[in-house]
Structure formats: C-alpha cells, structure tokens
Design a protein around this ligand. Structure first.
Ligand code: GLN
Length: 549
C-alpha cells in the first residue's frame, strides 16, 4: 500500500513548496523508491489552461494533454518521470465532479455539502495515484497558504486521512519562513509558531517543519521552534536559500529530510541515495567554462514564471554545453525595424517565445528577420515558429500582408491558419491540440542531426498550424518542412538549410526537458550560440589586431 506525504505552506506564498516536494521526491527516488507528486490547487478554475500567464505563470502540459500547474514541470524535471491529469486537481475540478454527480441523482436525495461530499471527493483524488499500485510514496502539495479560506477543505481532507489511515501511512510537512531581521541581527521564529498554531487549529499537526531562511538556523533556533511548535528537534529542517533550485535536493539530504520521512512512515527497505548523475549536472552548472547570451523575445517577460520551462531547459542545456546561459528578456512590443539591431546586437542567439493574440506580434517578426539575415542562431517555439513562417512569406516570398488568421482573419495570405478540427470548437478550456503527438523528421536535416533519430514525440498546445497549401512555395525558396505529423501531415518543424542555425517548431520541446534528459533542441541551440559567440569574438579580435598593425 502506498504511503502519503502532504506538504502545506505557511506564513507567505512563494516559499517553494514545489521545489521542496520535488527535492524530497528526488531523494526518495534516489534511494530506490517509486515516488510521484501531485498538486492540489484551491482555485475555482477547472485547470490553469484559461489563466493568463500574468496570473499564474506558465501552463504546463503533460503527455496526456492536461493543462496543469507549473509545479508539475518541476516534478518532471527533478524526477525524470511523466505526470498526468491525475497529478493536478483544482477546487473547480472537485466541484465539477460533485455537481455532475448531483445532477445525475447519485446522492439519492441527500443535501450535498462541503463536508462530507467535497472533502470525500478531495480524499478520493488524494488517494487515486496511490491506488494504482505503481508508487511506494505519493507526495501531495497543497497549493496556497494555511489560513486561506479556500484551502480549508483540503486541510480538512488531510485531517480526515490522518485519522482514517494507519499512523505510519500519512505524514505532514509544513513549510514556513524564518525571517532574518537585519536591524535586530536576529532570526525570528514567531511567524512559524503562528503558522503551526493556525494549522493545528484545523486539527492537522505537522510531523516535519521545513524552514526557509537566509541565515543558518543553528541548534538554539531549531530547539526553540521544536519546543514551541511541538515537533521533534530533528524534524526541524533548515532550508537555506540556494544559488539554484537544483541544489535543494543536496541541502535536504544534508538535513536528512528523506530519512526523517522514511522513519515516520516506517519504511525500512531503501538504499543509499544514488545522486551521481545529479551531482555531475550540478557541478557543470555551477562551474561553467564560458557564457552565452540568449535574447528571449516574448510579451510576458515581466513575469519569470511565464516562461518557466523554457528558462529551466536553458539551464539544463547550459550544463550539457558547460556554459552559463544568460537570458536577456526583450519585450516584443518595443522592437521595431528602426531599433532592432540596437536591441539585439551582441546576443548569441534568439528565441522567439510561444504566445497568443496580436500584442507584440510585429516585434517578433522583425526579430526573426534580424536573425535570418544576420546569421544569428534562431529558435522559434510554437507562436515563434509561426512568426518565422510569416516573416519568410512577407520578406522572401513577397506576400507583404501574409499573416496568421489568429491575428488577421482577412489576410490575403493566411500562411498560418486554424486547424480544421479547431474550427467547430466554441469552448475555451482544454480544447486546443494538447499533449504528445508523433513527428517524423527528414533524414539529413538539422533536426535529424540534433535528435539523432527520425521518429520523435513532443507535446503541443495550439490551435493554428502551417497552411500546407503554401508548402511548395516555401520549400522552393529555401524554407523546408523537416518534421511532420505522420498521420495528418501537419508541419511540426521548419528550417532554413543555408543558415547556421534556424529552426522553428510547432510543439513545445521545453516541456520534456529534464535534468537527466535535457531537450535536444535546447542543447543544440545553446551549442550553436556558443559557436556563434566564439566566432564573433574571433572576428572582433581579428579586427582589433588589424587595426593595431
Ligand atoms: N497562438 C498560437 C496557436 O494557438 C500559438 C500557441 C502557442 O504558442 N502555444 O496556434
């Protein structure tokens, strides 16, 4: 039978519950246990698919096409295993299930209430993955902060499970903040005490406290927290700010978080943690040999979380290439043909980001043109690929009004148009082309060299596609479709063979990049940026030498 670890958060949001959950899972996995992580989100949206990235950051898409919370991305990147729809449940989804049952008459005339009907449904979801028989441990991260009205039913469900299941089957980790007051030169434990008190009032007592802190806690502070929060001193875990999230598993290992959990859950069969690959990765990440600068052209650049998986993929690819990848955010709304060379000069590569809607589109097209003409490595993802197609149509094929019908429904040259199956869809949530689809790659193409194989599968999230009726014109003029869906012929990859590195993909390679398996396209792109950087340095050095002679 699976065992359950619940992770709650206190004091403030953004303490990194997802990273703590993923780090603990990594350690347990490294000890030979089979672990999965799920996230329960207290908001009413059925899933985050309809949320603006400014609200909730990136929407992470799973293999089975679920639009989920970005924390699932961290779980996959750390564990190198897939999650699914079952790993992310919101209050909206819980209510939707219960209300559908009520409409079906399944409650046989009973009054439907938060307790027991909503909490029963929450508990069913909490136990679902554990019942598949695939996992020794299921870690459940409860979104929000203890004390929020909307997370109460989730906490109540944890309380009931603690009572219903054997003592060694359930445990609760509470993540809090121990702030350092500079003026007093002191760490303060009171917010943690209050947070644990608030959690205890709901009937849930934490077994472990993970304390985020800027300064080492020391034994005195740990003892004080243990005494006033009524947990064992060994169960007060220091979580110091780390230079990278990928260091957190090692910090947690040092603090013995995994051993404390194994002891509480009375799990006796486990090995020494095998983190060799992780350590090699981390070493290369922390001690890069050189640096490349990549321009990220997007319209949500004010919010780092909007492009989370892309940023993490660059970190993975940087480690493989032993370079530090510095990202320069360039707001697409402010790029014009007048200022483009000034804005993009000095970069080693350009990534045009995914997105929706017309805002910032023209700037993206100008940026693509700059990369195409200057030979700067270019990588377009989803909307970024579509912009590369539009730019080529306008500036090479002589179709000045070419566009996507997403932005201009009446364009005379709809080189990107809505997929046929999308045309009849009216509902917004979960209706795009989502999840994993196969792609067949042309032999001898850049994509082939990068992937090293001709049959791949990548994840998607889009409504529009390359309009195949224009394909011959594109190919005749040098833009090749080097990856297509084998069943439908939908264009998945475009390339410009004469360019040092110019590739656009309709899918989202960033969604499958993990520490152990970095996304090949990112690795290739960073490699090309490194070459571009070395070349431009040697050209500059040559010019300087010539000037001195
Ligand atoms: N808006 C485009 C589409 O729906 C691209 C989507 C994306 O970049 N994820 O096809």
């Amino acid at each position: 039978m699976a065992k359950y670890i619940f992770v709650t958060g206190g004091v403030t949001s953004s303490l990194g519950k997802g990273i703590i959950a993923a780090s603990l899972a990594k350690l347990l996995q490294a000890r030979g246990l089979s672990v999965t992580i799920q996230k329960l989100d207290p908001y009413i949206n059925v899933d985050p698919g309809t949320l603006n990235p400014y609200e909730h950051g990136e929407c992470f898409v799973t293999e089975d096409g679920a639009e989920t919370d970005l924390d699932l991305g961290h779980y996959e990147r750390f564990l190198n295993t897939y999650t699914s729809q079952a790993n992310n449940v919101t209050t909206g989804r819980i209510y939707q299930t219960v209300i559908n049952k009520e409409r079906n008459g399944d409650f046989l005339g009973k009054t439907v209430q938060v307790v027991p009907h909503i909490t029963d449904e929450i508990k069913r979801r909490m136990l679902l993955l554990g019942k598949t028989g695939k996992f020794d441990i299921v870690i459940t991260e409860i979104g929000g902060t203890v004390g929020d009205i909307e997370s109460l039913p989730f906490i109540e469900a944890v309380r009931q499970l603690q009572w219903e299941l054997p003592e060694e089957s359930v445990m609760v980790i509470h993540l809090t903040l121990v702030p350092y007051l500079k003026a007093a030169k002191e760490l303060k434990t009171k917010p943690t005490q209050h947070s644990v008190k608030m959690l205890s009032e709901t009937g849930v007592h934490p077994d472990v406290l993970v304390c985020r802190t800027e300064e080492p806690l020391g034994n005195d502070i740990k003892r004080k927290i243990a005494l006033f929060c009524n947990v064992k001193q060994e169960a007060v875990i220091e979580a110091m700010d780390a230079s990278t999230i990928y260091e957190v598993p090692l910090l947690m290992l040092r603090e013995k978080l995994d051993l404390i959990c194994l002891k509480k859950l009375k799990i006796t069969q486990y090995g020494e943690p095998n983190l060799d690959k992780w350590k090699v990765y981390l070493d290369k990440l922390k001690y890069p040999k050189s640096k490349v600068t990549i321009g990220l052209i997007g319209k949500y650049i004010e919010l780092q979380d909007a492009y989370k998986s892309i940023l993490e993929s660059f970190i993975h690819a940087g480690s493989v290439n032993e370079v530090k990848v510095q990202i320069v955010n360039v707001h697409s709304e402010f790029i014009t043909s007048e200022n483009v060379s000034e804005k993009l000069d000095g970069l080693d590569g350009l990534l045009v980001a995914p997105g929706f809607g017309v805002r910032g589109i023209e700037g993206k097209i100008v940026a693509v043109q700059y990369a195409r003409e200057s030979g700067m490595p270019f990588f377009g993802i989803c909307l970024g690929m579509q912009m590369a197609v539009i730019e080529f149509a306008r500036n090479v094929l002589g179709m000045p009004k070419a566009h996507s019908t997403e932005m201009d429904a009446h364009t005379p040259d709809p080189v990107i148009n809505m997929m046929e199956e999308q045309k009849k869809i009216k509902m917004m949530g979960g209706t795009m082309r989502l999840g994993a689809y196969p792609c067949e790659i042309t032999e001898g193409s850049l994509a082939h060299a990068i992937y090293g194989e001709t049959n791949i599968s990548e994840r998607h999230r889009h409504r529009y596609e390359f309009n195949s009726s224009y394909l011959d014109q594109f190919e005749a003029n040098g833009m090749k479709a080097t990856g297509v869906n084998p069943e439908t012929g939908l264009v998945e990859i475009i390339e410009l063979p004469g360019h040092p590195f110019f590739i656009g993909v309709q899918y989202h390679p960033e969604l499958k990049s993990t520490v152990e398996k970095p996304a090949p396209l990112f690795v290739g792109f960073v490699g090309a940026a490194k070459e571009f950087n070395e070349k431009s340095h040697s050209i500059k050095a040559g010019a300087l030498r010539d000037a001195l002679i």
